[in-house]
Design a protein around this ligand. Structure first.
Ligand SMILES: Cc1cc2nc3c(=O)[nH]c(=O)nc-3n(C[C@H](O)[C@H](O)[C@H](O)COP(=O)(O)OP(=O)(O)OC[C@H]3O[C@@H](n4cnc5c(N)ncnc54)[C@H](O)[C@@H]3O)c2cc1C
Length: 378
């Protein structure tokens, strides 16, 4: 028997299925970090389109941008983005109450003793003030300001920590330009059939409308909730978490800006869910995430429209979801990323980060030929 070809023999043919946020993030990272060891083709269907929400991020996205050598100003301009200092949670404890989950460190440890101990002592003596007085992000957010600042002046105090809000469709296009410039190929068309090896069960080839075929060695399933390969072909199974996370629906609508973008996301509690408000340069993204067991669509729609700051720019769009995760993220030669791999409700805007985390784990575990069970399981 001839030995299996080694990685050096020829580039590994990776096929990314789906051109949403997950697909283009994967394609961009694979061509950048694996270079000539891979040959990346992305298949997407313009007719099916993308989920198109997913407009708020957490600070770790800056690590990805840095590694991809993306210039921040170009990135923000190209995605109609804005800076995000954290999330303001409004009306959660009771109506009128709010608190801020911010992306900066608060205070400074002194003599190895954590800051909050000093604060509690000072508060007990009536001089400490509030925790938020010691957080630059909170001050900046309240003032509607942002500046790139790693530390506060020349002190050791943490400066402003930030992430971004951006237009998800523009983000995809931005990464598409990047990935194509670095060698990724794009194929447009609807996948109508998935072929598997009769013996191993590995996916071997995708059949597209118009009798076209795309072959590959490794397939990254970024096909969204439908999980075309990971579930449709491989029947991996799904762990349903809806007994923990009650929300199962979202109505999303953009609205006209009525004020300069706030440098933070708002998450506003409602009776049967909550509402996001995400400021972009050209519009505000809004969505009411709710549990269909506790309200109906008409009432949810009314709540959403009654809580917009500017005129709605479209009809609210309904998105249904089941929170949970695939039983395996890597099954046979298919790795699921993004919504194809699972979904937590978007309260802390973590999905795009989970895509990033999945990509970096896959790159760390990038398999030899053939794929070994142990690599896949780890
Ligand atoms: C209500 C809601 C709010 C969210 N808010 C946030 C947030 O604030 N922050 C955050 O980080 N994340 C958020 N997310 C998650 C975020 O939207 C997704 O993680 C992200 O958009 C990735 O989506 P995706 O690329 O996996 O899927 P999709 O955007 O659905 O892309 C799927 C792709 O697969 C292609 N495809 C599917 N079937 C076929 C086929 N048969 N043939 C060819 N192509 C096919 C489609 O054309 C498309 O290109 C939110 C999600 C929801 C539902």
């Amino acid at each position: 028997m001839s030995p299996a070809p080694s990685r050096q023999d020829s580039p590994c043919k990776i096929v990314v299925v789906g051109g949403g946020t997950a697909g283009w993030m994967a394609a961009a990272a694979l061509v950048k970090f694996l270079g000539r060891t891979v040959d990346v083709t992305l298949v997407e269907s313009d007719a099916i389109g993308i989920v198109g929400v997913g407009e708020a991020t957490i600070p770790q996205i800056r690590n990805l941008n840095r590694a991809l050598e993306i210039d921040e100003a170009e990135f923000v301009a190209g995605t109609n983005g804005s800076f995000k200092l954290g999330i303001e949670f409004v009306n959660w404890r009771h109506k009128g109450h709010s608190y801020f989950h911010n992306f900066s460190k608060i205070g400074l440890a002194v003599n190895q003793v954590q800051f909050h101990h000093h604060l509690f002592r000072a508060q007990a003596e009536g001089i400490g003030g509030e925790l938020w007085d010691y957080c630059v992000n909170t001050h900046a957010a309240r003032a509607g300001r942002f500046a790139p600042m790693e530390t506060l002046g020349s002190s050791r105090l943490a400066g402003i920590g930030h992430a971004y809000h951006f237009d998800a469709a523009l983000y995809g296009q931005f990464l598409r330009r990047y990935a194509e410039a670095h060698g990724a190929k794009r194929v447009e068309g609807r996948i109508v059939d998935v072929h598997q090896d009769a013996e191993t069960g590995d996916v071997t080839c995708l059949r597209l409308e118009g009798d076209r075929a795309v072959e590959g060695e490794i397939f990254i399933d970024c096909s969204g909730f439908r999980g075309l390969l990971i579930e449709g072909a491989l029947k991996t199974g799904y762990e349903d978490w809806s007994h923990w996370l009650k929300c199962d629906s979202a109505l999303a609508v953009p609205s006209r800006n009525t004020r300069p973008p706030r440098p933070y996301t708002q998450a506003i509690a409602h009776d049967a869910g909550w509402q996001w408000r995400i400021p972009l340069q050209h519009r505000t993204g809004n969505g009411h995430v709710f549990s269909s067991a506790y309200t109906d669509i008409d009432a949810a729609r009314e709540t959403l429209l009654a809580n917009l700051e500017g005129d709605a720019l479209a009809e609210p769009r309904l998105i249904n979801f089941t929170t949970g995760r695939r039983k395996q993220f890597w099954n046979r030669n298919v790795v699921a990323l993004g919504l194809a791999s699972g979904f937590l409700e978007p309260l802390e805007s973590t999905s795009i980060h989970l895509v990033q985390s999945g990509i970096s784990r896959f790159i760390q575990m990038f398999p030899a030929r053939p794929i070994y069970e142990a690599e896949r399981d780890e």
